[in-house]
Design a protein around this ligand. Sequence first.
Ligand code: KIV
Ligand code: ZN
Length: 404
Amino acid sequence: MAGKDKLIIFDTTLRDGEQSPGVTLNTEEKIEIARQFSRLGVDVLEAGFPVASPGDFNAVQRIAREVGPLMEGREGPGKVNQPMTICGLARSVPKDIQTAYDAIKDAPRHRIHLFLATSDIHLEHKLKISREQCKAQIAEMVAFAKSLCEDIEFSPEDAGRSDRDFLCEALAVAINAGATTLNIPDTVGYNTPSEYGALIKYLRENTDGAERAIWSTHCHNDLGLATANTLAGISNGARQVEVTINGIGERAGNTALEEVVMNIHTHPDTYPVYHTVNNRLFFPTSRMVSDLSGMAVQANKAIVGRNAFLHESGIHQDGVLKNKTTYEIIRPEDVGVTTGNLALGKHSGRHAFKTKLEELGYGGAALSDAQFQAAFTGFKKLADQKKSGVTDGDMHAIVAELPP
Ligand code: KIV
Ligand code: ZN
């Protein structure tokens, strides 16, 4: 893509996403999801937090060995053309780092992601260390991780509420010790888009050695701003985004992968980046993650919700039947949605009703004008009573009950 930078898609569904209350995936389920992410074209997969439990270690290790080498769906023009990097998370302590490395090391491409909080709130109340101690720990632990693995990512946890100048100092220490990706978490979803974008810009402009690292976003959705914040990060120079499918994650979740990619797809002139994800796999991937994790996707969720491409009102249905672009900014098939786009309900009009009848085999001369009128009246009566909309079965029943 001429003049554009590649945006690295770092998926953390199996790590931050699995931290959603109520979600536990077993190893086989994680491997199935990881295979799908590989086919989807994810660049870096955070497969888990290996020190958390023997089960987590085993799952990350099996993903590294069994999914790490796969190339299915990844080769060809516009594709990523290399295997997925398998990443393991670690706190900035030797045992976590060593365990993360042991779990990921068999993947052809692997990364250790270590983190240490930098906000005064976390330093004082959680870690009970000074800023100087924090920097010393970053220097020592990033260097230790680097002694094991070339590809090192460092995250200053709660960066969104950390002092900017201290962050610059801490991140410069991480770069000097060998970190190649610097991820800036808005851990509690506190920032606004303009604040988060300005933070990325400030850090890139004021951190010694900033140009040697890839800058990354990691946003949480507590105020419903995760996608907007991530896009603001991209506009201000971030070239990696940390995301999950369906936006699952701690509390209100993480940035949704499908939302970021489809924003870039819809506004190619706004964002100076391109991606190598196969967006046509979004819908099946969303359903796979939802089915295996037990986390339902809200019906009106952008891009992958059941209603995301459905039109119910007569005015909208008439518009899309004449020309889809009247009410659709994304072609449903571009995100893998192949079902019809008309939802029949009490707001629907004759145009959509007729189209639906035709789809069900009652087109042409199947119904007389009087029968059509009677069917439409019956449909409106039923639609008024039904909360869940009129189904194909209801339509067949309406036609069956028509007078000859
Ligand atoms: O939200 C967060 O701060 C995290 C870090 C571990 C990157 O998930
Ligand atoms: Zn997080």
